[in-house]
Design a protein around this ligand. Sequence first.
Ligand SMILES: NC(=O)c1ccc[n+]([C@@H]2O[C@H](COP(=O)([O-])OP(=O)(O)OC[C@H]3O[C@@H](n4cnc5c(N)ncnc54)[C@H](OP(=O)(O)O)[C@@H]3O)[C@@H](O)[C@H]2O)c1
Length: 275
Amino acid sequence: MHIIDGIKIAEEIEKKVRKEAEGKKIKIATIVVGESKESILFAKLKEKAFKRVGFDYETIYFEEAKQSKIENEVKKMNDDVKITGINIQLPLPKKLNYINLVKKIDAKKDIEGMNPCNIGNTLLGNENIVPCTPKAILKIIEHENIKLQGKNVVIINHSNIVGKPLAMLMLNRNATVSVCHVFTKNLMEYTKKADLLITATGIKWLIKGQYVKEGVIIIDAGIKEQDGKIYGDVHESAAKKSSRITPVPGGVGPVTIASVLENAIMSYKMLGKNS
Ligand SMILES: NC(=O)c1ccc[n+]([C@@H]2O[C@H](COP(=O)([O-])OP(=O)(O)OC[C@H]3O[C@@H](n4cnc5c(N)ncnc54)[C@H](OP(=O)(O)O)[C@@H]3O)[C@@H](O)[C@H]2O)c1
């Protein structure tokens, strides 16, 4: 079993981004709403990454806010010529509608790739600004030289930010894709057929040995914090049967942050800025 080193892949991407960012005035604005520990932690991790590659950045924290107030903030960020990328940190408080917020972001500044224009382009195979976690998973697959054409790819997650855009990326590369979720009857029937299993449920050790075939490649994007430790979706008994697997932590997570950085460069270019 080969353990895929997400930290190393992220460092390689970061190195390229740092070089590309030289001499460019890139500024990322982030909106964080509420007091979710996760949300604040992710925003801080991104800030550190922006700093490492030489981006300017600002993070605006709202303790609590109405949808209209955040939408106004997004509008101001769209109009600010110094800001080249915008992101709204997830998770958001439940009463806010994320999709309606990203719709308001100028598609060229949408570094999370979640504006309907960017998602639509991704569906059509014009992968300009691609949602970050699916992009990270693709980066890992490419880094490992895994060919997708004709492969049975099973994705366990059908959220807007992970499973749905990821399925598009896989279809764009001629994989045969199954997308599973809580309503899937007999999950194991699908997972056992997977050449490549990508799971992102956040259910600790959901995937056990009997769920997978010998030699499967596994990408585990699940994150579950329990008693101060981070767990993925995949149990050791399944990991042992895999030919390669991403660890949790140190797998998809760091590459997701590196993908945000790449998207920020793409936004900058799409705005027509060259210096
Ligand atoms: N590593 C990274 O960079 C990264 C980035 C984003 C998210 N994540 C992690 O990925 C996980 C999912 O994130 P998300 O934002 O997509 O959350 P989400 O919307 O809650 O997605 C969870 C997905 O898993 C499915 N699911 C849950 N329990 C299942 C089960 N027992 N059997 C089959 N499917 C099941 C859900 O199906 P239903 O929709 O039908 O409920 C849903 O599609 C979380 O652990 C999150 O922390 C990691």
